[in-house]
Design a protein around this ligand. Sequence first.
Ligand SMILES: Nc1ncnc2c1ncn2[C@@H]1O[C@H](COP(=O)(O)OP(=O)(O)OP(=O)(O)O)[C@@H](O)[C@H]1O
Ligand SMILES: [Mg+2]
Length: 248
Amino acid sequence: MAYTIEINELRKNYAGAIAPALNGFSCHVEQNLIVGLLGPNGAGKTTCFNILCGMVKPDTGKALIAGRNCTTERVVIGSIMGMVPQQIALFGNLTAMENFRYIGRLYGLSDSTITSRTGQLLERLGLDKHADKRINAYSGGMKRRANIIASLLHEPELLLLDEPTAGVDVQSRAMILDFLKDYKAQGKTILYTSHLMDEAEQICDEVIIIDNGKFITSGPPAKLISETENCTRLEDVFLHFTGRSLRD
Ligand SMILES: Nc1ncnc2c1ncn2[C@@H]1O[C@H](COP(=O)(O)OP(=O)(O)OP(=O)(O)O)[C@@H](O)[C@H]1O
Ligand SMILES: [Mg+2]
């Protein structure tokens, strides 16, 4: 089975909004790549992710993962995809381990599977000494890393991460990015968002630029840089296509 993402003409207008969050957005993500979905604030990235994991229903259009419809086949999609949300989605007054046990059981995992998988992930993401601390006592970087572990307990083929490195220090960022490269090396597919163009240029095999709910362009960072006039960095390409006006 190919764990590709196929997004076709998605439209989403939230009630009362002045402009659509997604306005006919289409794109394609190939298997076993790290792909960055890049766009200014409000471009529609999180809406797109929420449609992919079945939490938001598009008005029209279709999103498919491995050929399965993200809106109507949520259970199958949930079993092959992990989602790391933009906000920390853990219980602050529970320990990391208590959170993981709770989430693992929701996935139907046995306690022994949860223990062995969390053991490996906690060590890989530098949290093994902090498993029994409450999330409220974690630093921002530790919360981000724990948020990632929570999405990996069912060993998804495809991982979506919404700004996984927002607000973390250089050390946490390096660990998260190294982890994503390792995950890809296991044959997995990763779609992630970030506002850090240097980071995306460094880690992504391909990027997709979205603005005002529409597809703008896509391709490997080096190709986009070389093909776009006067650009030496991905940030130049991004500004070339999205402009300098604020999205307030
Ligand atoms: N639940 C909602 N109700 C109404 N409007 C919404 C809702 N969620 C998002 N929007 C609006 O839809 C547009 C797209 O938002 P979205 O969160 O998808 O953008 P984003 O690209 O993830 O932005 P950011 O980079 O700031 O996270 C924005 O104008 C936002 O204000
Ligand atoms: Mg967002």
